[in-house]
Structure formats: structure tokens, C-alpha cells
Write a protein that binds this ligand. Structure first.
Ligand SMILES: [Cu+2]
Length: 386
């Protein structure tokens, strides 16, 4: 029974059924922890906008029903009045729902837009020499995406004691916003050896540690999501996923459900033989299609769900905050083995990712791309490979 309740609760949660195992709790009813800033925003929208509204509306309607049932039944109210219209209440019950829908629509359009539009942010690193105080950032974005406001730029400095985010006006000034070149101006030139990192673009995603209200009302700090460092293609088949890495030699592999006897009870129906592997903290573009019927590539920890439609190429993106293994499932009823084509994403550090890429390239008969057997050996065996 307990399991049944958990299952029902789980399937009601956002993007049913998928999990990072370590973060699942037996009997838990909430959503799994987010592993991207965008997923955080999605959770916030659900937990603090939708749920309170739904709860209020349900309780209010229930109260009205009870009131009518008790106050106006034939015993309590033997002689009913015969009017049939009340203009004021009709205006209210048309107008209020419209306002509620508008209130929901605005933040959800914002989220849909961010999910749909792959970020195009750009990062430049400069070195301070103690004399230059002006740093030129090329504003060469596609039309309509140029940097025109201070919030489209983030400036960080690192003088060796860790990166620190600077404040516009207090720490630096900007000139040329909207022009082909934007200049970041420091009053005192940064000391020699200081690294100055400028991130620019319109793909602002609120940072995770922002206060809840601030995050919603858009007053909190954002971080500018950078353009994808790679594209991964996911093709749905009846019933498995095929992944390919066009940026790394276009090798591909199939990802199949691990049979019950090859995995543990809690991972059965989630674990696969070949996981998708991605580096942490990088923007990954996912393009997806299907070979036979419609499938859907869904990964709740990243708030990603995108239909894989035969003859059509859909696109979305994510940026994972933490390393680990995250699970999702095909989320479009696609036939008899729909429940048997899970999705597992392994988020790893850059060096491990590069070693994995070279390993996959070797399997496909290609030369290594990241040059060193050192990295490969150390990632695989733990020794330094000499
Ligand atoms: Cu499917």
C-alpha cells in the first residue's frame, strides 16, 4: 500500500518517475532535487505559484459546494427564490479566472522560452597588466540577441584568491552597449596577473541561492548561460535510445534497459547498459528525433522533457550543476515496452569526460581526440600513466 501511495505521488510529481537514485527517499512525495538553475526555477514555479493557487481554488470550491448543499437543500430552504441571473457575480466569475490565468501565464512563458531557446552566452578571459583598465568585449551576437543592458554582462575577477563577481557601477562601468564592441572600464587597472572574466549574452538564468521571491520577481542575480559546448543526438527506437556525439567523431551507441538480474531492485527500470555521459557545468544541446513512433526524452533533474518525433528534429538544452548519475524515462506512451526504455545520464568532470570520449572513439576505430593517454590512463585506472 505504502508503495502504491508512493507510486501515485511520484507519478503526479513534475515529469513522472525519474530520479537521481541517491536523492530518492522512500515514500517521498516531492520533486527530486534540481540539478540545474533552470530546474530550480521550474520547481519554484510549481511549489510557490501553482500549488498554493491550486490548493486555494480547490478549498474555495469545496467550501462553496458544502455551503450550497447544507444551506440550500430542500429541507433547509423549502421555498427557493426564482431569480436566474446576477450580473455582478457573473462578471466576477469570468474576470477572476482570467486574471489567475494571466498571473500563471507570465512566469510560465518565461520558463518555456528559456527551455526552448538554447543559450548563446559567450565568455572572454583577459589578463590584467597593471596598466590597461579597458577591456573590449565583442558584441557579435545574432540579430536581436546583442548585449544592450548592463544585466547582459557579468564580470568576474580572480587575483589568485578565487573568482569574485563585480558590481556594475561600483566596480566597473560599461560603454558601447548595443554597439559592435562593448568596453568594460575599470577605474584602477587590475593588477598584473589578475584574470578578468566577462560573460555576455541574453541567456540569463537566475542563480540558485537567490531568495525565493527575488527569484520569481526577477530582481535576483543571474548567471549568463553560455552557448553549448557540444551537441548530443538522442534517437528514440522501439524500445531503446541511441546516442551520438557529432562533435567528437559522431560515434554512436545504443542505450538499453539493464535486465532485472543485472541491477539492483531500486535501479531496475532506470538503469541502462550504456549511459549518456556529459561534462558538469557545461551547456549541452540535445537534439532528438525518433525512428518509429513518438518517444519523449525526459530528465527531471534538469527539467528537460522533449518529444522525439519521427521526421522532426527537436532541440533543447541543459547545464548540470553537480556530478552524479541521473535517471529519466521515455515520457510518451510508445508501445508495449514503453516502460522499458529508461534514460541514464552520467555527469562527470571534464577530464573524465574527455577520457570517456577517447575510449568511445577507440571502440569506433578512431584516434584519440584529447591527445593524452595520460588522462585516459589516470581516469581509467587511477595511476598517473607516466
Ligand atoms: Cu518511448
Amino acid at each position: 500500500m505504502k508503495r502504491l501511495i508512493a507510486a501515485i505521488a511520484g507519478s503526479g510529481a513534475f515529469m513522472a518517475g525519474a530520479t537521481a537514485l541517491a536523492e530518492r527517499t522512500p515514500g517521498g512525495i516531492s520533486m527530486l532535487p534540481a540539478n540545474s538553475a533552470l530546474a530550480e526555477q521550474v520547481h519554484f514555479f510549481h511549489n510557490w505559484i501553482l500549488m498554493p493557487l491550486i490548493t486555494f481554488i480547490s478549498v474555495f470550491v469545496l467550501a462553496l459546494l458544502l455551503w450550497i448543499a447544507f444551506r440550500y437543500n430542500s429541507k433547509a430552504n423549502p421555498v427557493p427564490r426564482k431569480f436566474s441571473h446576477n450580473t455582478l457575480i457573473e462578471i466576477v466569475w469570468t474576470g477572476v479566472p482570467i486574471l489567475i490565468l494571466l498571473f500563471i501565464a507570465l512566469p510560465s512563458f518565461d520558463l518555456l522560452y528559456k527551455e526552448d531557446v538554447v543559450p548563446d552566452g559567450k565568455q572572454e578571459t583577459y589578463r590584467g597588466d597593471g596598466q590597461t583598465g579597458d577591456f573590449v568585449f565583442a558584441n557579435d551576437f545574432a540579430q536581436g540577441r546583442a548585449v544592450i543592458r548592463p544585466r547582459h554582462l557579468e564580470v568576474l575577477v580572480d587575483d589568485g584568491s578565487g573568482a569574485r563577481k563585480l558590481k556594475h557601477r561600483d566596480d566597473y562601468r560599461l560603454s558601447g552597449l548595443g554597439d559592435p564592441e562593448v568596453v568594460v572600464e575599470f577605474e584602477t587597472p587590475p593588477a598584473p596577473g589578475t584574470s578578468i572574466v566577462v560573460r555576455g549574452g541574453r541567456s540569463g538564468i537566475s542563480v540558485k541561492d537567490c531568495a525565493l521571491t527575488a527569484r520569481y520577481f526577477d530582481t535576483c542575480e543571474k548567471h549568463i548561460a553560455l552557448a553549448p559546448t557540444m551537441t548530443i543526438k538522442a534517437v528514440g527506437y522501439q524500445w531503446n535510445w541511441q546516442y551520438s556525439y557529432p562533435d567528437f567523431g559522431d560515434f554512436d551507441f545504443l542505450s538499453n534497459l539493464l535486465p532485472r538480474d543485472q541491477t539492483t531492485a531500486d535501479k531496475y527500470l532506470l538503469e541502462v547498459d550504456n549511459r549518456l555521459v556529459v561534462p558538469v557545468g557545461e551547456t549541452i544541446r540535445i537534439i532528438t528525433t525518433a525512428n518509429d513512433v513518438i518517444h519523449s526524452w525526459a530528465m527531471p533533474a534538469f527539467a528537460v522533457k522533449i518529444d522525439a518525433v519521427p521526421g522532426r528534429l527537436n532541440e533543447t538544452w541543459f547545464e548540470a550543476d553537480r556530478e552524479g548519475v541521473y535517471y529519466g524515462q521515455c515520457s510518451e506512451i510508445c508501445g508495449i515496452k514503453h516502460a522499458y526504455m529508461p534514460i541514464a545520464v552520467e555527469v562527470v568532470s571534464r577530464p573524465v569526460f574527455e577520457a570517456w570520449i577517447d575510449g568511445q572513439r577507440a571502440l569506433a576505430g578512431m584516434d584519440p581526440m584529447f591527445d593524452d593517454d595520460v588522462k585516459l590512463a589516470s581516469a581509467k585506472t587511477g595511476d598517473n600513466g607516466n
